[in-house]
Design a protein around this ligand. Structure first.
Ligand SMILES: Nc1ncnc2c1ncn2[C@@H]1O[C@H](COP(=O)(O)OP(=O)(O)OP(=O)(O)O)[C@@H](O)[C@H]1O
Ligand SMILES: [Mg+2]
Length: 287
């Protein structure tokens, strides 16, 4: 099977040729495989948004090639158009782009460009709203009457309704309170489970990435600095720190316990899981 996304030696320069030229991503080689959940992390300005904007041809590489399902995405207009439907890109703060009269129309906007029948579009809007947990009665409201979290979910539903092969999200949980954040992450995982779609998402939070991704890509100054499973990447604690990133606090505590000879797993990424294990240990000692 061909991989849904493959980048070969991709570089992107903003203001190319000008004195202010910025090399935002440099010589990236990257494959996203079907069904994967990939998390992209890195310091501010490390090139995450620039990188993912190449996945659906929103940006054209200054150098290199982007293949979607094995085809050069910039081969011609038609290939680019088709790729845009295959790779659904959801920007950071996507709710700022809601503009239709009703939530339903907003969610329908993307699929509306795909030449689908009205009944198919209506079906997709319903399905997508369900995925993001937007109640039916909200669909006829103006998007501007929704809460912050609901707006975010409506915007994400608009991309889901295109039923892309790959759903790419730039900081889907940014700016939400902890509850809203957890809801969004749970909703994305649930979407993946039910549709089998490939997911790529950008996050600033190691905890969120650990909870959601199978593979992590760490960007640093426009380059892929580290790449691997959550365990592999977190085992490079020192390098991560030099890149302004940290393994989750709870993971560090468990690593420390292990160093002191206490028999606990090294791959603990959430406080809940850590607490469960520590409780088990305490009960074992008492019993
Ligand atoms: N439109 C633009 N014109 C010029 N430079 C840009 C533009 N967009 C981004 N840059 C620069 O390119 C580099 C990479 O930016 P990018 O937005 O891809 O990083 P990021 O990892 O997504 O950052 P953040 O975590 O803040 O979202 C930065 O140095 C940024 O200042
Ligand atoms: Mg960004």
């Amino acid at each position: 099977m061909t991989d849904p996304i493959k980048l070969i030696n991709v570089s992107h320069y903003y203001s190319q040729g000008l004195p202010v030229q910025v090399a935002a991503v440099k010589n990236i080689n990257l494959t996203i495989k079907a069904g994967e959940a990939v998390g992209i992390i890195g310091h501010t300005g490390s090139g995450k948004s620039t990188l993912i904007s190449h996945f659906n041809g929103l940006l054209k590489p200054s150098e290199g090639t982007v293949l979607v399902d094995g085809e050069d995405i910039h081969k011609d207009k038609e290939t680019l158009r088709r790729s845009r439907f295959k790779i659904g890109l959801c920007f950071q703060y996507p709710e700022s782009q809601l503009f239709e009269e009703t939530v339903a129309k907003d969610i329908a906007f993307g699929p509306g460009n795909m030449g689908l029948s009205d009944s198919e579009i209506a079906l997709r809007v319903e399905r997508a709203a369900e995925f993001v947990g937007l109640k039916r009665e909200l669909l006829s409201k103006s998007p501007f009457d929704l809460s912050g979290g609901e707006k975010r979910r409506a915007a994400i539903a608009g991309v889901m309704a295109m039923e892309p092969e790959v759903l790419v999200l730039d900081e889907p949980a940014a700016g939400l309170d902890p509850r809203g954040k957890n809801e969004i992450l749970r909703m994305i995982m649930n979407y993946r489970e039910q549709t089998g779609s490939t997911i790529v998402f950008v996050s600033h939070s190691m905890e969120d990435i650990a909870a959601t991704a199978e593979r992590i890509i760490v960007m640093n100054h426009g380059e892929i600095a580290l790449e691997g499973t959550v365990d592999e990447v977190f085992s490079h604690g020192e390098s991560l720190r030099t890149m302004g990133l940290n393994v989750p606090e709870i993971t560090r505590i468990f690593m420390m316990l292990r160093q002191r000879g206490i028999d606990v797993p090294s791959n603990i990424y959430s406080v809940e899981e850590g607490a469960r294990i520590l409780r088990g240990l305490a009960e074992g000692r008492r019993g």
